[in-house]
Ligand binder design. Structure first.
Ligand code: MF3
Ligand code: CO
Length: 250
């Protein structure tokens, strides 16, 4: 049980992978509109990863059947793409993408508006992204792991939203999920001290209502218990001896 420190060569490979993940998330802004299916999103994600001769990290992971997770409205994470699930004006949709290159994984997610959305839905998306950047302020050598968690929770709750407890961020490298687990809540000043070469997937999952979630019958899709909206924002981040290095920013 240890945090694997990456060499500069390993980080260079992860950067190549991260560029493709970021490019896909950026292009999805143009693709996502009323009338497309969640499978259309997955098709684009998979085709683009393969075009760059990389590997969709999620496909086959614990039997997961697609290249992207596409989660609509009250779906929090791990939505399974379907040609029958059609996006409608006013929906919000979270897309999570993992790309493997030369054995190294990058992992990132965004939540998109579908057409014109409500003010509170937009505020949820904005606060979720902002909470990531609050956490990022502590992604520096010398801080403790839970300083990141506490900063994310503080931002989310100060805006009246709630942080998912059942799913967390994670170390990332040769495996999609490495040590440590990175909750999006907790007291500051706990856990390992950060050192250069650590690589983390920081991923706040934020609910409009209560933080409680349940898993659907398909054994994957996580939804809010109260049926209210949820948003997700994730990047792969390298701890350096200076500014944090974001590998998946478009
Ligand atoms: N980004 C997700 C995570 O960090 C990816 C897991 S989806 C799976 O856990 F399908 F691959 F399991
Ligand atoms: Co992740």
């Amino acid at each position: 049980r240890m945090i694997i420190i990456k060499s500069q060569q390993e980080i260079d490979i992860m950067r190549e992978s991260g560029k493709v993940t970021a490019y896909i998330l950026s292009e999805l802004k143009n693709l996502i509109r009323p009338g497309i299916s969640t499978k259309d999103i997955d098709d684009f994600v998979e085709a683009t990863i393969l075009k760059y001769r990389m590997i969709p990290s999620f496909k086959g992971y614990n039997g997961y059947p697609a290249s992207a997770c596409v989660s609509v409205n009250e779906e929090v994470v791990h939505g399974i793409p379907s040609p029958k699930k059609i996006l409608r004006e006013g929906d919000i949709v979270s897309v999570d993408v993992g790309t493997t290159y030369k054995g190294y994984v990058s992992d990132a997610a965004r939540t998109y508006p579908v057409g014109k959305i409500g003010e509170e839905a937009q505020r949820l998306i904005t606060v979720t992204e902002q909470s990531f950047f609050e956490g990022l302020k502590f992604c520096r050598a010398g801080f403790r792991l839970s300083d990141i968690s506490a900063a994310i929770q503080q931002k989310v709750e100060s805006e009246g939203f709630s942080v998912i407890r059942d799913f967390v961020g994670h170390g990332i490298g040769r495996a999609m999920h490495e040590e440590p687990q990175i909750p999006n809540y907790g007291k500051p000043g706990r856990g390992p001290r950060l050192v250069p070469g650590m690589v983390f997937a920081i991923e706040p999952m934020v609910n409009q209502g209560d933080y409680e979630v349940r898993v659907l019958e398909n054994n994957w899709t996580v939804v809010t218990v109260d049926g209210k909206l949820s948003a997700h924002y994730e990047n792969t981040v390298v701890i350096t001896d200076g500014e944090p290095d974001l590998l998946t920013l478009e």
